[in-house]
Design a protein around this ligand. Structure first.
Ligand code: BG6
Length: 481
């Protein structure tokens, strides 16, 4: 046997709002993702709350998986996918989030998708909430900053758990729930304040801190309740969390840097995992809330729910690592959700995300040491500009190189003793970037002919990485060249 277990779940990952499009088809309501304009790496996306004539809202059409799912799933099957990570678009099921009856056409769409996956023996891995919140809830009570959001979410979970209880086994509650521990978020946090911005420099006012940690608390409670509800509906369900793990190294061995890195790691990476895996807020989190002057409405009942709703397994996204320094002049870099200090030993992607395959081995070991729960790497990949040649081919050796090195290190972590159930690369088919709303920041094995302005035929083409990943899966991770 090689490094990877025989039943290892190889596959790819997506999010509904970044692939489906059809934003108002068959009764779907608008979500936070639908009212965000496209930006670039230097221009933040804008939140418009209502639709502005002429503005470019990339999620509205995305890559139209809604009408191409059969063709796309056939391509995933051709690569040999064992699993496909996708999310359910909450507003297809409850258009404003506030209804008491679900939208049958929305449910039917996911029935069709799950049936199509089953046809090829592909196991769905379903995120319940991936960077979107019904706009109706934001307008009614500012989304997740209000306790009522918990009941709305649970109503939606109950509907999809019951409907798909024989079609889906693996669930994740909130995508990158710890994003809110890093900065305020309209997309995932589902709340709006005029002070906020998608620009990661913005957002450190006391009021925004109060809003984001309140929203985070309600999401943590909702996640714990969803875990319990899911297990009641089908005891065979495996329900996990999902953390954006941005591994943080001290910039130097100066103990002051080491302490600073530890503090950042705890709040950004560990706080949510600690609550979701151990069932309570760790003491350092409660001290931190006090330090920043945030009071959160944590009730006795909430504490019971958190304790009773710990997850079955831990999943995370891993793209990059960063450094932390006490030196205010240390060179900065961009990154996924947070900025950090540049690591002189690492290269960065075109979007400034530092590439660190060894960091994946380190991270898997770190998480396993902390929780001893099975893990899955549910996002990993390189956002890059691809060029389609005249003959239709796309030569993305840079992507193969990135993925190969990360898979190698994941194999070493398994050898170190980590229990890893699966690996789904991000954006297995080109999709809309969450941070910038661009199309040209591509991650896929499958190229989609569409540009940043929304022009293109939507035709799907296999990149070089498509054929490469097919061999990786067929050899269960043995053949990486
Ligand atoms: C993760 C998100 O943070 O990173 C995805 O879960 C996102 O939704 C992915 O798309 C890559 O980020 P970006 O900004 O390049 O799309």
């Amino acid at each position: 046997m090689g490094l990877f277990p025989d039943n290892f779940l190889w596959g790819g990952a997506t999010a509904a709002n970044q692939i489906e499009g059809a934003w108002n088809a068959d009764g779907k309501g608008p979500s936070t993702a639908d009212v965000m304009t496209a930006g670039t790496k230097d221009t933040p996306r804008l939140i418009t709350m209502d639709f502005v004539e002429g503005a470019n809202y990339p999620s509205r059409e995305a890559v139209d998986f809604y009408h191409h799912y059969k063709e796309d799933i056939a391509l995933f099957a051709e690569m040999g996918f064992k699993t496909f990570r996708m999310s359910i678009n909450w507003t297809r099921i409850y258009p404003t989030g506030l209804e008491t009856e679900p939208n049958e056409k929305g449910l039917q769409f996911y029935d069709n998708v799950f049936d199509e996956l089953r046809k090829y023996g592909i196991e769905p891995l379903v995120t319940l909430s991936h960077y979107e919140c019904p706009l109706g809830m934001v307008k009614e009570f500012n989304g997740w900053t209000d306790r009522r959001a918990i009941d709305c979410f649970l109503r939606y979970c109950e509907t999809v758990f019951n409907r798909f209880k024989d079609k889906v086994t693996y669930w994740l509650t909130f995508n990158e729930i710890n994003g809110l521990a890093m900065h305020p978020s309209f997309l995932g946090g589902g709340f709006y304040s005029p002070e906020m911005s998608m620009n990661m420099d913005g957002g450190a006012t006391p009021e925004l801190d109060r809003l984001r940690f309140t929203a985070l608390h309600y999401q943590l409670v909702a996640s714990a309740k969803a875990v319990q509800l899911g297990h009641k509906i089908n005891p065979g369900f495996k329900i996990g969390n999902m953390i954006c793990h941005i591994t943080t190294y001290p910039y130097t061995c100066n103990p002051a840097d080491v302490l600073k890195a530890q503090e950042q790691d705890r709040i950004s990476n560990c706080l949510c995992g600690d609550v979701q895996c151990r069932g309570e807020y760790p003491p350092y989190a409660l001290k931190f809330f006090k330090k920043i002057g945030v009071q959160i409405d944590i009730t006795k009942e909430d504490k019971k729910e958190l304790k009773a709703g710990t997850v079955d397994y831990y999943t995370f996204s891993y793209y990059m690592s960063t450094c932390t320094s006490t030196d205010p002049n240390a060179a900065k870099l961009r990154g996924n959700l947070i900025k950090g200090v540049k690591n002189p030993y690492l290269e960065a992607s075109e979007w400034g995300w530092q590439i660190d395959p060894k960091g994946l081995r380190y991270t898997l070991n770190k998480i396993y040491d902390r929780y001893e729960k099975p893990m899955m790497v549910v996002e990993n990949g390189l956002g890059a500009v691809d060029t389609q040649e005249e003959d239709g081919t796309i030569h993305d050796s840079y992507r193969i190189d990135y993925l190969k090195k990360h898979i190698e290190e994941m194999g070493k972590a398994i050898e170190d003793g980590c229990e890893v159930w699966g690996y789904t690369t991000w954006g297995c088919i080109d999709l809309i970037s969450a941070s910038t709303g661009e199309m040209k920041k591509r991650y896929g094995f499958i190229y989609v002919d569409k540009d940043n302005d929304g022009k293109g035929t939507m035709e799907r083409s296999r990149k070089d990485s498509f054929y490469w990943y097919k061999k990786v899966i067929a050899s269960n991770g043995e053949q990486l060249d």
